[in-house]
Design a protein around this ligand. Structure first.
Ligand SMILES: [Ca+2]
Length: 492
């Protein structure tokens, strides 16, 4: 798994590390006029100075590393072939010297080369800068390489050899970095290319800005994203980060413009679409947000961040009382997931040995929510009194209609559809008879029921009545769940 680079998302909240100061703009000014062959050591030195750090410590550590590397290569009759050299470099850095990749993008120590040398841990960009500096000292023709959201090392040879810092120096083809299948969310038609030194410097500024943004310093971060874009207008990551900075400060029009810039460079980029959809939802443009999610699902239904993002967006829409749109994003997500995983009847129920949903005894799939346990325990290992059940799965609505949930239970119950509380009767009562109503659109909805038994008789029964139907229907025919990895075969 590659480490993402400088990818800000609307979901991240800042402020856990020591506050960073803004970069001295002198660094960007120097990069603008620096010669094409400015040494990597000078880039690292000026970057550290601009960040208010001590470059002397970096240079001393790198000098020591260089001496060790020279001794290591001298013992091994240093080969001339690029691929072999890269293999030996990987062995030296990762096996002998113990360097490791650290995926935490919000940790400043993973970016600054002096801190990386001290900790022997860093993320792709910081590790790359160190290796470029070291390689240049050894007289090797190294350059930075860039794929979307990622920077790596390239040895200029025929053919060039790529050196993946986050995978212990493994060598992979450009096609591997491009990954058009989108399994890693790599945008279509995104280039894999070598970086000039100025472009590498722009990456450093962008990632420094990302740290500021994550710390909640939006104003200074935007200055750095703009400085990075001025040096390297094709730095799509900086446009993305700029959009996130705008969105967090509720300048949604500016944010949308920035995300559009990302999408024009990286067609169908799923993260730009997610950020766009979030910004639209936050701006109150619920229908446009749903349309954006539909587009995203068409190209990247398996994106790991998808479910969480949709849930957050749905919460925002529910809060704005855009009920239909909140349902629409959920139904769209489930349609895509169902096509991948399959939908099974029944709903998973987790049975707890307490009333507070803390001590789970068992999770099983229940065909219906219709139980009369009376004075008995619901299942082995769960007490007769003071227990709780949480059912969580899908509700398949066959046609848009006004639906009423009728619940009888002992004792308390709460019921949610697509994150919206529809039934709320959380109390001790042996004859708890309650109901709730909702306009529901067609499709697979999120469905959750929390139930607790206090004392005495226990049981719960839920039926569902569409306005058009003559009688309430058993819930069983509506209950579904996505097939998890491990599951017993469903009954019937
Ligand atoms: Ca009871």
């Amino acid at each position: 798994m590659l480490l993402a680079l400088g990818l800000a998302a609307l979901c991240h909240l800042g402020g856990r590390a020591e506050p960073l100061g803004a970069l001295d703009p002198a660094f960007a000014a120097w990069l603008r006029d620096a010669p094409k062959t400015a040494p990597y050591e000078e880039i690292a030195t000026r970057f550290l100075e601009a960040a208010g750090r001590d470059p002397a410590a970096y240079r001393a550590s790198l000098g020591a590393l260089e001496r060790e590397a020279r001794a290591f290569f001298a013992e091994r009759a240093a080969p001339e072939a690029a691929a072999k050299r890269c293999e030996l470099l990987a062995e030296f850095l990762f096996d002998v010297r113990g360097f490791a990749a650290d995926g935490d993008l919000r940790l400043a120590e993973n970016l600054f080369p002096d801190a990386i040398l001290e900790r022997r841990r860093g993320y792709c960009l910081g590790l790359t800068l160190i290796i470029l500096d070291l390689g240049e000292r050894l007289g090797w023709p190294l350059a930075g390489g860039a794929a979307p959201r990622h920077v790596f090392v390239r040895y200029a040879a025929d053919p060039p050899v790529n050196f993946e810092t986050t995978l212990r120096g493994e060598s992979h083809s450009d096609a591997w970095y491009r990954d058009p299948a989108g399994a890693r969310g790599t945008p279509e038609a995104a280039p894999v290319e070598s970086l000039t030194r100025r472009q590498l410097g722009a990456h450093l500024i962008n990632n420094h800005g990302f740290l500021l943004l994550e710390q909640g310093n939006g104003a200074e971060s935007r200055k750095e994203f703009l400085a990075a874009l001025e040096l390297f207008p094709g730095l799509v990551e900086a446009s993305m980060n700029l959009g996130v900075a705008h969105a967090r400060e509720k300048r949604f029009d500016d944010a949308l413009l920035a995300f559009d810039a990302v999408l024009s460079a990286w067609r169908n980029d799923p993260y730009a679409r997610l950020n766009r959809a979030s910004a639209l939802a936050s701006a109150g443009r619920a229908r446009d947000a749903v349309a954006e999610i539909e587009k995203l699902l068409a190209t990247h239904p398996r994106l790991p961040e998808l479910a969480e993002s949709v849930e957050r967006m749905r919460a925002a829409l529910n809060e704005a009382r855009a009920w239909a749109e909140a349902q629409a994003v959920t139904v769209a997500l489930h349609r895509a997931l169902a096509a991948e995983q399959g939908v099974w009847p029944g709903i998973p129920g987790s049975y707890f040995r307490d009333e507070g949903f803390e001590d789970c005894a068992k999770t099983r799939v229940d065909a219906d929510i219709s139980f009369r346990w009376r004075w008995e325990s619901p299942l082995a290992g769960v007490p007769r009194d003071h227990f709780a059940v949480r059912w969580q799965g899908l509700l398949e609505i066959p046609a848009a209609d006004h639906y009423t949930f009728f619940v009888t239970c002992s004792d308390g119950v709460r019921l949610w559809v697509d994150g919206r509380l529809v039934v709320d009767s959380w109390m001790r009562a042996n004859d708890n008879v309650t109901m709730g109503e909702a306009e529901l659109i067609e499709g697979l909805h999120d469905f959750r029921v929390d139930y607790f038994e206090y004392y005495g008789e226990a049981g719960i029964k839920i039926v569902l009545a569409p306005k058009r139907a003559e009688f309430p229907l058993p819930l069983a025919s509506f209950l579904k769940h996505l097939r998890p990895a491990k599951e017993v075969a469903p009954k019937k």
